[in-house]
Design a protein around this ligand. Sequence first.
Ligand code: ADP
Ligand code: MG
Length: 721
Amino acid sequence: MASLARLATIEVGQVKGLGGKRSKGLADVGIGTVADLLHHVPRRYIDRSRKEPISRVPIGSEVTIIGKVVSVRDRRPRRNLHIIEATIEDDSARIKSVWFNQSYLVRQLQNADEVALSGVVENFRGSLQMKAPAVDVLSGDAEGLTVGRVVPVHPGAGGVSPGYLRRAIHNALGRARPIEDAIPPELLAANGLMDRDRAFEAIHFPETLEDVAPARKRLVYDELFRLELALAMQKRHQMESSVGISHETDGDLASRFLEGLPYELTGAQERVLTEIDRDLKARHPMHRLLQGEVGSGKTVVAVATLFRGIEGGWQGALMAPTEVLAEQHYLGVRGLLADAGLSPALGDSHLGMDSLFSEQPEGPAVHVALLTGSTASANYNPDIGRAALAGDIAAGQVDLVVGTHALIQEGVSFSRLGVAVVDEQHRFGVAQRVLLREKADVAEPDLLIMTATPIPRTLSMTLYGDLDVSIIDEMPPGRTPVTTKLMSKVEERAAWKTIADEVEKGRQAFVVCPLVDDSPKIEAASATAEHERLAALMPELRVGLIHGQLRPADKEQVMAGFRAGEIDVLVSTTVIEVGIDVPNATVMVIEDAQRFGLSQLHQLRGRVGRGEHPGACILLADPTTDEGEERLAAMVGTNDGFRLAEEDLRIRGQGTVFGTRQSGMKDLKLADILADFELLTVARRDAFALVDSDPTLRSHPELRDEVAAMLGDEVEWLFVS
Ligand code: ADP
Ligand code: MG
């Protein structure tokens, strides 16, 4: 009887047939132990009972035929071209098959007598032919693994062929079985899951194809359950090991702020604020992800959250991913303060001569400052320098600091940081969270992470599984959805006409220039050229330019000009991707839109339609790939960010998504978080309930060992007592 935890300590090299070079190749692709090997499951199965006799294969459809190799030939009609031809026969007929430049097949086919070919059958000059079918060698094994009704096809890995892996896994299973079951039996019963030992047997070597699905379900559940257990324990650990702040949220700063707003909060904003309040009052630090579409009103919620902390005497920090955004947030917060009567109106100066005679106007009730790599400013002293401001922050003179992530990275020290809000989480990783935690000398600040990139629920349950999630799923009233159109580059004149028409009506427009190979320099140059071209094309309009290579002060000047309506058309690179809020801008033209990712396109589009006037987004694009076409079609088809995010996940696959978060969380081997979403929900519920009743899994030692062994390094610290 072997446990998975034990099998995770045995190297694949120990398996018969996998010594030496093979074990190294496998280890390189993440199959280092016997447990890993057992999770390397077949990609497909060949069902002998469903094979087509060659004489009756339907032309034009995908089939699998099984037969003997009659002949193999490697022709070289010219340099760099190999044509491999093989003839296969079964009891009914013969068929020819051809491959190009796959010379390695020659030996495989010569040594095999029985093969399965999967592909499309064509009629080629009057005879049947398969072009480049997938080849599975069936014969040549002493164990008789390929004569049963169902033959598993394990994907080749690390230079080891499918046939070889089939035999090795058979050996490994034979030695390892029976495999111990660490999952509590009541959970298996409740979820109708089969026995683990049988599941391993059935997924690798099923008797019939019908055995595969329940086996897979069982193993996928196990994988997701282990992941969710780790997340639940991590969350628990965070809660118990860190000292947070019980904010007293009964001051009147936040409520005065909210009452002073010129509009009512939406139901969703109210609900989210209640969720946040609960966290703020609680003793353990908040780790909450706030999701909401662009324009759904996250900023107001964030500011109210910060004020809750400030009214109890703590400092707040609001962090944005770029300087432009930080500056905009700073202006936004000042505007909100003025709206709520908590600060002198923007631009007011109380230093003039008049002040000697009139009553001294009150200073701002909340001291807000902006601190970025290049700018320092404060609402109680616009001319403050960086050093003075840093001193004020350290002395506790500043209530709220707005800045870039550099705020926590560049040794700014707070006297009592109580609440931190991070905008646009996808650039704020786990490492930054750790840094933030280190900022705290007394107690760990509460953390709210805002994102307008809708994260599919599948991901918020896995990648972000240790965060609590609040969702603003309602837009402020009176928004009109943005209409999106796809146009070919040759129709661009129509796009410029749309812009001219909108400007005629007093509106403004964005033109987003193509991404250039990850090079901000080249990107800036191409935006500059495009700006010139468009300025010449639309001589009657005021065309401005902004890109990442401008000095921050110049960037801010351009943005200020655009906000003030002094620029009609703003040509820009993706620096405007996040957060820019200019309600009078109603059209956006995105050039070469096929080069952008789906979530980026959606972010960009969110810059228009933010005011009372309907917005339009024109995608100028000539997609050259299916994937590009799918993305653009999705953009035209929906404005729903969550649907787009799921679509994106579907198009790109989960691997790339997992790769983008430096969480160290290993890729899932079996589960597909989109297809297995229901099982994920169940596994998460079960795991969190179990950790609630047994926080360190003390009464489930086998399970504890299994999680530690299977998730490896990333969770090791969970188990140091
Ligand atoms: P987000 O940060 O989610 O993209 P913002 O907080 O910037 O959205 O809000 C977008 C716009 O909507 C802002 O101009 C803001 O003043 C306005 N707004 C926010 N909440 C409401 C509301 N409840 N009713 C009306 N307008 C609102
Ligand atoms: Mg925002």
